[in-house]
Ligand binder design. Structure first.
Ligand SMILES: [Fe+2]
Length: 236
């Protein structure tokens, strides 16, 4: 950090974010089946769907609802992922809340856990945001870690920021799918078990460390102060 000046960072961001668009919302619900039933009733279709993603004690069920498509889904199409938790019991018979239930207990039913933005070059955006002080849920001692999976000749890259504002738990996802020829993939193929599991593990760690509902995107407790100490001007 510090090697790049702000002009270079913003030039990188201009390149990295050009053409970026909405990918999906991920919403925590009490029971995935209920919202899935409603959205099917409203005319959407279920795409990617998995049960019991997590660990042996707690997990979640997830389904991605999307608007009808002929064969493939381009970025920008409406996609909403519903997630509901499966709680567990530890060896002493004590109830263990899944991370989804932890969210549910604090924020209630049907709220946005993350907003996913599809970008053309995730590395550029992650590096630039990191240089600006943004922290990532998916990171290790070496810095931001981009989750990666590959299938059908496509590469799936995802990286998740800390929650935008303290107390919310709601964070941003950066997502890039590269594929030779850039043919859009069917919606059910745009979500990857391995990356969902990767996010699960990282969120679990931040919940156990009691961080996720306390900090903002800079890993600090007060967003207004975080901006002020960095000299970031507020609009009129
Ligand atoms: Fe997501």
């Amino acid at each position: 950090m510090g090697a790049k000046d702000n002009t270079t960072i913003y030039l990188d961001l201009r390149n990295g974010l050009t053409g970026a668009c909405f990918d999906h919302l991920a919403i925590i619900v009490r029971s995935r089946k209920v919202e899935q039933a409603l959205f099917e009733y409203l005319g959407l279709q279920a795409g990617y769907s998995r049960r019991a993603i997590g660990n042996t004690v707690t997990s979640m069920d997830t389904v991605v609802m999307h608007t009808p498509v002929a064969e493939s889904t381009a970025a920008g199409q409406l996609q909403i992922a519903f997630m509901s938790g499966n709680d567990g019991i530890d060896t002493d018979g004590k109830k263990i809340l899944s991370q989804i239930s932890e969210y549910f207990a604090r924020r209630g039913n049907f709220f946005v856990q993350h907003i996913a933005i599809r970008v053309q070059n995730i590395h550029t955006v992650v590096n630039a945001w990191s240089a600006l002080g943004v922290k990532f849920i998916t990171s290790d001692e070496h810095g931001p870690h981009i989750l990666l999976d590959q299938d059908m000749g496509a590469t799936f890259l995802q990286c998740f920021t800390y929650p935008v504002v303290e107390g919310s738990g709601t964070f941003l996802e950066l997502k890039q799918i590269t594929r030779p020829g850039e043919t859009p993939l069917p919606t059910s193929k745009q979500f990857r078990d391995r990356n969902v599991e990767g996010l699960w593990e990282h969120v679990d760690r931040l919940i156990k460390d009691d961080i996720i509902f306390k900090v903002n995107i800079f890993g600090e407790p007060d967003l207004e102060k975080s901006l002020t100490i960095r000299g970031i001007p507020f609009p009129a």
